[in-house]
Design a protein around this ligand. Structure first.
Ligand code: CTP
Length: 398
């Protein structure tokens, strides 16, 4: 058991989500972890110290000293004895204090004294979460090596619906287990992956598609998840089993894929577009099945939006954008052109000239080209192994 014997200090802040910490403590004890709780004064309004001390089987500490005995609660000792410090729920206020070195209560003093990994699970209303000041505090904390356990989307205490819900106790437990098992290099990172083909409808029964199976993209999504990232996979039609632990959005057309990718792009730290998106789509979709009449028949097509180029144009400094290029000739030159035109950090080139590469095979042979022009050729490997190569470059650049 990954957490057996580990001393986990949970730092509970003043948020309605503090009630979830009761369940989390039970889950952690079941996983044989030891739990010590520190709370801010505000947190005690949402859940009592008695509840948390009873569940954790340890005294709960709130102040720098015990009000009755005057005994000092040594924040340095609490921090140094911890294997992990988990700030949950982490409010906007405490995140701001942590990011800027304030220590006006025991909880933040414990944080400042920590030498062990610190994980934080925010909980707040959606507009507070989106505010540039909160986001910049989170970036600061990440730059100190603290690890974000991303909040979920859903109904918030305000009645509004959006991002900002404290991750569920089971998710936090899962995160801690994975983190302690592997030290997960992409823990706290959000990844967006596109995979598979797109189908462009001609009429209610026909479409323009391609032979992409989705294997490469699914393998990348799986690998990113195993490295600790929180992965959203936007998948065109595919017969593959959905990857475990990955949030998969199924789409059919290029337009639907664009919409889903744009929706998740802003929150993503890592974006890998491996889908074989149709370049053209029918100008009009017939509402009834087209009957065969003339000997010759043509369909008027218009260009689809280039999803990767659209995201490349919006890419921020802290985002890593990876694309694919499938080429039959002039491979390196074409791929380099796409890398620059689409504003990518690196591009994965598949050449249709290589046996065992490309669509509907279990193997792939790729060349990876980065912005500085470095070119790395890989041998023919299973798509899972190719995904590992790609993801190890992602880890080195993240
Ligand atoms: N791509 C995309 N949206 C499109 C077309 C392509 O996001 N409408 C992405 C693919 O997911 C891939 C990269 O762009 O990561 C390159 O795709 P590819 O088909 O090789 O190139 P194109 O840009 O379509 O150019 P061409 O067809 O001229 O080779």
């Amino acid at each position: 058991m990954a957490l057996a014997g580990k001393n986990i200090v949970i730092a509970v802040c003043g948020s309605i989500a503090a009630y979830k910490i009761a369940s989390l403590i039970r889950l952690l004890l079941k996983a044989d972890a030891r739990v010590n709780v520190v709370m801010s004064k505000e947190a005690t309004a949402f859940i009592t110290p008695l509840t948390l001390s009873t569940l954790s089987k340890n005294p709960v500490l709130i102040d720098y000293y015990q009000p009755n005995t005057g005994e000092w609660n040594n924040h340095v000792e609490i921090a140094l004895n911890a294997d992990y410090i988990l700030v949950a729920p982490a409010t906007a206020n405490t995140l701001a204090k942590m990011a800027n070195g304030f220590c006006d209560n025991l909880l933040t003093a414990v944080y400042l004294s920590a030498k062990c990994p610190v994980l934080f699970a925010p909980a707040m209303d959606l507009d507070m979460w989106k505010h540039p000041s909160t986001q910049s505090n989170i970036n600061k904390l990440s730059s100190y090596g603290n690890i974000l356990i991303p909040p979920g989307k859903g109904e918030l205490a305000s009645g509004l619906v959006g991002e900002g819900r404290l991750a569920e106790p089971e998710e936090i437990l899962d995160f801690l287990v994975k983190f302690s098992e592997k030290g997960l290099p992409l823990a706290g990172k959000k990844a967006l992956v596109s995979a598979g083909p797109t189908y462009e409808a001609i009429d209610p029964v026909r479409f323009i598609g391609n032979h992409s199976s989705g294997k490469m993209g699914y393998a990348i999504a799986t690998q990113l998840e195993e490295l600790g990232a929180d992965v959203t996979l936007v998948s065109g039609p595919s017969a593959l089993k959905l990857p475990k632990g990955v949030d998969t959005i199924s789409v059919t057309s290029a337009a639907e894929m664009l919409h889903a990718c744009e929706e998740h792009f802003e929150a993503a730290d890592i974006v890998v577009m491996s889908a074989a998106v149709a370049d053209y789509t029918p100008v009009e979709v017939a509402s009834q099945k087209i009957k065969k009449k003339e000997n010759e028949f043509s369909i008027e097509l218009k260009k689809t939006v280039d999803i990767l180029a659209t995201l490349g144009a919006k890419k921020k400094e802290n985002q890593l954008l990876v694309g694919f290029a499938l080429e039959t000739n002039n491979e390196l030159e074409n791929a380099k052109g796409k890398l620059i035109r689409k504003n990518l950090d690196f591009i994965v080139l598949n050449s249709m000239q290589d046996k065992g590469a490309g669509f509907a095979t279990d193997t792939n042979k790729v060349t990876i080209i980065d912005r500085s022009g470095n070119t790395r050729e890989f041998s023919l490997k299973s798509k899972e192994e190719v995904a590992k190569d790609i993801c190890s470059i992602i880890v080195s650049l993240s």
